[in-house]
Design a binder for this molecule. Structure first.
Ligand code: DGT
Length: 138
């Protein structure tokens, strides 16, 4: 067997929402029992077979927050690998939705102003692109 090949990470497509309310973004605290528990994330998740990125994000926001969201522009795409896995993370802007976000999945939800974002513990994939993300959102 080619060992170099076996060590290559398996890349997983993930979508995440930049849900905006004035100068604030919605963050969710990742729950116990999931990877990266206790870190603040942008709501979203893995794209399932046969879904477009936009369909996947609309589904995740319905499942996780109970909102019907309009998925807007792709703002940023990044890659991040941890050992044998890698994620391709697509960030979409969301400015309009129906319903009030509820904690169906996260341990906690929080509206955070752009200036306070850096004070929250985020997954490394997000932390490393935070300055760039903020420059895009301003
Ligand atoms: P897992 O990772 O197997 O425990 O499964 P889930 O269901 O908790 O993971 P899911 O569907 O949220 O997948 C998202 C993956 O992307 C997960 O490995 C965490 C990673 N990730 C890094 N930054 C973010 C972010 O800002 N938002 C979301 N939703 N995921 C992020």
């Amino acid at each position: 067997m080619n060992t170099q090949r076996a060590k290559r990470p398996h890349w997983i497509p993930v979508v995440a929402a930049l849900i905006r309310r004035q100068d604030q973004l919605l963050l969710g605290l990742r729950p116990e029992g999931h990877s990266l528990a206790g870190l603040w994330e942008f709501p979203g998740g893995k794209i399932e077979l046969g879904e477009s990125p936009q369909q996947a994000l609309a589904r995740e926001l319905e499942e996780e927050l109970g909102i019907q969201a309009e998925i807007e522009e792709l703002k940023l795409a990044i890659t991040h690998s941890f050992g044998s896995t890698g994620i391709v993370l697509l960030f979409f802007e969301v400015n309009y939705w129906k319903g009030e976000p509820k904690t169906r999945h996260h341990s906690e939800l929080k509206w955070v102003s752009l200036t306070e974002l850096g004070k929250h513990e985020l997954p490394e994939a997000n932390q490393k692109i935070l300055p760039h993300l903020l420059s895009i959102l301003k």
